[in-house]
Design a protein around this ligand. Structure first.
Ligand code: PEP
Ligand code: MG
Length: 535
């Protein structure tokens, strides 16, 4: 019998059973301070051990993971990083405080960088800081969690994730964390079940745990029968993933021969290394607030980022969304501080239309990138047909400006995200070149349940008949207007939701790259005629 079951947030699908291995937090750890020479030697030894570990780890990795850890190794081999820590020690500070101070300055430098790539690297520096601190405090001898364990922690650094051998099973349970974090992305890419956002309950976990990453549940002390069922489930899933990978380059046809387009969502450069472009039908959503969020006024840098997407897609359609700042994605100095309910405030296109200068810089960079292939520009959070018309007027002005110059450009397709319920029900009134349904926001707004609230997660259900009716309405409106309709919210990558989405009339799904093989496999198992007959 299950003694207790705790609900968190689903971050990576799959079921794992194993002993809890608690990764102790660095907070509260202490050590006795030695002489100047001892502190110097202790820090040198800790850095050397961290460097050795990272060098060893890198040999076992490839792709995005190897790149991530390669950057960390380069930093650990750079004397400039340790010199300022040694200078602090010389002034009488203990090794751990000296290292923290040196790293804090370094991290602040990266966080303030203009380039998104360097800003994202601040978390790698924090990772290095903690790895060295673990050695200083003698916590590193915990070593990486053993294969097959359930790693339980407040949060988990990417390098700690990559230190574990996940090929033998195992799972992750975090007190904090988010399904959109870097480590959650790695977990999904490698099929490691993960539940996040458990809250303070994570500290009480011990003994045998069962993690259901799809349901966002952690069971404590499951009985032998439950364990056997879960192990069989996990083994089946591993086999299904391997089969799906073997067929990822093939098109996704339903059993009765209907072709479903499967595209990918891109939030950062690593997403383009997770999959060969040939496996997808294009990019269905590039989130520019992550790709170029801090480059608001920088047309050239934005153009370079968009050009990289176009080159990767190699002629396949690329859908780039204009800035969707606001809500849970603030951009200091651009979004509005102190809104009483940011998700219902100035967000997405509402903000872009209030900042026409910044909006036009983005449209110029996009029109220039449109020369490189098949570009579709997508507006987020559109509520009224008037917003689309206003945005199109900005596009026309930008195209006219470019026409007067010698800069190469092309007119991209111009479409909208359908994620506001009022817009979904009035989709027929929008003169857009395409519709893409954002089920994450559409569901939260339609069910009045926050998309990031663990307490109301059960309410925010895309399979609610009211939400499905809106999706079906948008699909009909798209057919009537003769424009493409796709789904780019998380539901598109959820095998449980896909039958209902296809039944609602959608024929294009855009998903995170790690999920694409399984999404194609799920589509191949469906018969549209049979779905249509289901009540
Ligand atoms: C959505 O709302 O479904 C969507 C894809 O957009 P985002 O998750 O970026 O808000
Ligand atoms: Mg959205």
């Amino acid at each position: 019998m299950v003694e207790r079951c705790i609900r968190g947030r689903a971050a990576s699908e799959g079921v794992a059973v194993g002993p809890a291995v608690i990764l102790r937090a660095l907070e509260g750890a202490s050590r006795a301070k030695g002489s100047l020479a001892e502190e110097h030697a202790t820090l040198a030894a800790a850095v050397a051990r961290a460097r050795g570990e990272v060098a060893e780890l890198i040999g076992t990795l490839e792709g995005d993971a190897a790149e991530l850890i390669g950057f960390q190794l380069a930093l650990l081999e750079d004397d400039a990083l340790t010199e300022s820590a040694y200078a602090h020690i010389e002034s009488g500070v203990a090794a751990e405080a000296a290292w923290r101070a040196a790293m804090a300055a370094e991290i602040a430098g990266y966080e303030a960088a203009d380039d998104e790539y360097f800003r994202a690297r601040a978390s790698d520096l924090a990772d290095i800081r903690d790895r060295v601190l673990r050695h200083l405090f003698g916590l590193a001898d915990d070593g990486p969690a053993p294969a097959g364990a359930i790693v339980v922690a407040r949060d988990l650094a990417p390098s700690a994730f990559l230190s574990v051998d996940w090929t033998k099973g195992g799972g992750i349970v975090l007190g904090d964390g988010s399904p959109t974090s870097h480590v959650a992305m790695l977990a999904r890419g490698r099929g490691v079940p993960m539940v996040v956002g458990l809250g303070p309950a994570w500290e009480t976990l011990s003994g045998l745990l069962l993690v259901d990453g799809g349901a966002g549940l952690v069971e404590i002390g499951p009985d032998a029968e439950r364990v056997a069922r879960a192990r069989a489930q996990a083994a089946t899933l591993v086999q299904r993933r391997a089969d799906a990978m073997a067929h990822q380059l093939e098109p996704a046809l339903t059993r009765d021969g209907t072709r479903i387009s499967v595209l990918v969502n891109i939030s950062g450069p690593a997403d383009m290394t997770a999959l060969p472009a040939a496996a997808c039908d294009g990019i269905g959503l590039a989130r520019t607030e992550f790709l170029t969020g801090n480059l608001l006024g920088d047309e050239e840098a934005q153009y370079q980022a968009y050009a990289e997407l176009m080159r990767w897609a190699d002629g396949r359609p690329v859908t780039i969304r204009t800035l969707d700042a606001g809500g849970d994605k603030p951009i200091p100095g651009y979004t509005v501080d102190g809104e009483s309910n940011p998700f219902l405030g100035l967000r997405g296109i509402r903000l872009s239309l209030r900042h026409p200068g910044i909006f036009r810089v983005q449209l110029r960079a996009l029109a220039r990138a449109a020369v490189l292939g098949s570009l579709k520009v997508m507006l987020p959070m559109v509520t009224n047909a008037r917003e689309l018309e206003e945005a199109r007027a900005h596009l026309r002005a930008v195209l006219a400006e470019l026409d007067d110059s010698s800069i190469a450009f092309a007119e991209p397709a111009f479409g909208i995200m359908v994620e506001v319920p009022a817009a979904a029900l009035a989709a027929q009134d929008f003169a857009a070149d395409f519709f893409s349904i954002g089920t994450n926001d559409l569901t939260q707004y339609a069910t009045a349940a926050s998309r990031d609230g663990a307490e109301v997660a059960d309410y925010a259900d895309v399979l609610h008949p009211g939400v499905l009716a809106m999706i079906a309405h948008v699909a009909r409106a798209g057919r009537a207007r003769g424009v493409d309709v796709s789904i780019c919210g998380d539901a598109a990558g959820d095998a449980r939701a896909i039958p209902a989405l296809l039944k609602a009339g959608v024929r294009a799904l855009s998903v995170s790259p790690g999920l694409l093989p399984m999404v194609k496999a799920a589509i191949r198992g469906l018969d549209l005629a049979a779905l249509a007959e289901d009540a």
